[in-house]
Design a protein around this ligand. Structure first.
Ligand code: ZN
Length: 219
């Protein structure tokens, strides 16, 4: 089990379910030629895919096209079901930068065959997660810059205000289906600019003004 280090929460808090939201930024929906969803598109990643700052993404032999997707990650701090949207942010203990690493060729085949995305999204090392910063340190989670650079070239740079479904709505929606529990993560979707990774790449991803950072290599 992967541990989280988060001030104000128990040291033994473990990462629980990893909920991910697809197609939550309009320009990213268009770059992959998808339709803008009418409600959040939810999938899950396994906790075995988590890596921390300083570790490496390992490109799996089953794919020839592995993409980065930089995302803000919300960490659930208390248990809840059917959480009203107006209270939803109170259930978030903190935020972090994350990368929803995706085997795009495997995902494309899955989409064509109406198969699930678990394989495309779930390989070991496919969920880099930066240090979690307490929610109180963010004035507004819907006005935070996300950036990802590969070999010092910026590939993704956008603001969380562009989300189709804001974080409070995601917490509400997920909680109508799943009981959210402390340590659960929500990867809130990626803005435009997703692109392939190569062995030897160096990735730097940041949330806000360096609030949460990831320095990751690719093997
Ligand atoms: Zn994603």
């Amino acid at each position: 089990m992967s541990k989280l280090s988060l001030p104000g929460l128990p040291d033994d808090l473990h990462i629980g379910n990893i909920y991910c939201i697809g197609r939550n930024y309009v320009e990213h929906v268009h770059e992959l030629k998808n339709e803008v969803p009418g409600q959040p598109l939810v999938f899950l990643k396994p906790s075995s895919s988590i890596i921390k700052d300083g570790q490496a993404i390992i490109l799996p032999p089953q794919s020839n096209n592995v993409h980065h997707e930089v995302e803000m990650v919300a960490v659930i701090g208390k248990s809840g079901k059917n959480i009203p949207q107006k209270n939803a942010l109170k259930y978030i203990a903190g935020y972090a930068i994350g990368i929803d690493v995706t085997a795009r060729d495997i995902q494309q085949k899955a989409k064509e065959n109406s198969h699930p995305w678990s394989v495309a999204k779930g390989f070991d090392t496919f969920a880099p997660l930066g240090d979690v910063i307490p929610a109180v340190k963010l004035d507004d989670p819907q006005n935070i810059e996300l950036q990802l650079a590969v070999n010092n070239k910026v590939r993704q740079s956008d603001n969380t205000k562009l989300m189709i479904f804001p974080v409070a709505e995601l917490v509400h929606y997920l909680s109508t289906i799943f009981t959210l529990q402390p340590g659960d993560l929500i990867f809130t979707g990626t803005p435009k600019g997703v692109s392939p990774l190569q062995s030897g790449d160096n990735i730097k991803a940041t949330l806000g003004d360096g609030l949460s950072q990831l320095n990751i290599t690719v093997q």
